[in-house]
Design a protein around this ligand. Structure first.
Ligand code: GLP
Length: 250
């Protein structure tokens, strides 16, 4: 009988195997429902997944023409054409390689004149699309999801966030390797926005994520580890490689 425990953990021999399995899950979901609404992350972790999805598209195995996407977050005061923007990251790794109609690609506009209005617009767009069917997540080394940073209080809806120094450092590669050039603020889906997705898959690789993964699975719910709130959702899968599972093994 399939496990009813959530989060469900699957450990893969390496990150490529995890990416392949998740790509297969997404393409199977698309075959069952071509109008799938997908929530997408950025970061180094999903690059392999996007490569696999591009391969499915290139082989003509999967039709992305009716899918709708919503990305989790974007840097504030960074326009969609800025080379460091998450929008450009997605163009490079996925959108230029699979045929998703541009009007079905949803992104927070980091250069919007009125950020709170932009956040409200995004929430409405997600609701108008019928909600997110499958939300893919990475995890920051401090336990953030999207850009929901550890804090005494978490925000439920799409909002403006001040980034932690460690988060700016881990995003430095997008800004010429200079952490000081990474914007101090960003826009992010909120915790409730994420947790309202019908299913969620968290992807994590490498030893630097092992401690967070152990706490997400076994630790208490705490705003100091935003990903721990995934324990509240009934349909979460955590796909990890052996290194990220290091602390789960006895
Ligand atoms: C960024 C993103 C997160 C992502 C995290 C992990 O901060 N806002 O959504 O999960 O990076 O990045 P990486 O996959 O590079 O470890």
């Amino acid at each position: 009988m399939p496990s009813t425990r959530s989060p469900r953990i699957t450990v893969f021999p390496n990150d490529r195997a995890a990416a392949r399995a998740l790509a297969r899950r997404i393409t199977d979901a698309l075959a069952a429902n071509p109008r799938l609404v997908l929530g997408l992350p950025t970061g180094r972790t999903p690059v392999g997944l996007y490569h696999e999805l591009a391969a499915h598209a290139a082989h003509g195995h999967t039709d992305f023409s009716h899918v709708t996407t919503f990305n989790l977050d974007e840097f504030l005061n960074v326009g969609p054409d800025h080379p460091g923007s998450y929008r450009q990251f997605m163009e490079q790794h996925l959108f230029s390689r699979v045929k998703i109609p541009p009007e079905r690609i949803n992104f927070l506009n980091g250069s919007a004149a009125d950020p709170p209005a932009e956040c409200a617009r995004y929430e409405r767009a997600i609701a108008d699309a019928g909600g997110i069917d499958l939300q893919i997540l990475g995890i920051g080394t401090n336990g953030h999801i999207g850009f929901n940073e550890p804090a005494r209080q978490l925000q439920s809806r799409t909002h403006c966030v001040t980034l932690k120094p460690e988060t700016r450092r881990s995003n430095a590669a997008l800004f010429g390797g200079d952490a000081a050039a990474v914007p101090e603020k960003a826009l992010s889906m909120g915790m409730a926005t994420i947790l309202q997705a019908r299913s969620i898959v968290l992807l994590a690789n490498g030893r630097s994520k092992a401690s967070c993964i152990e706490r997400v699975v076994n630790g208490p719910l705490t705003t100091e580890l935003p990903a721990s709130f995934l324990q509240l959702h009934h349909g979460v899968d955590i796909l990890i490689d052996k290194s990220a599972a290091e602390r789960l093994e006895r």
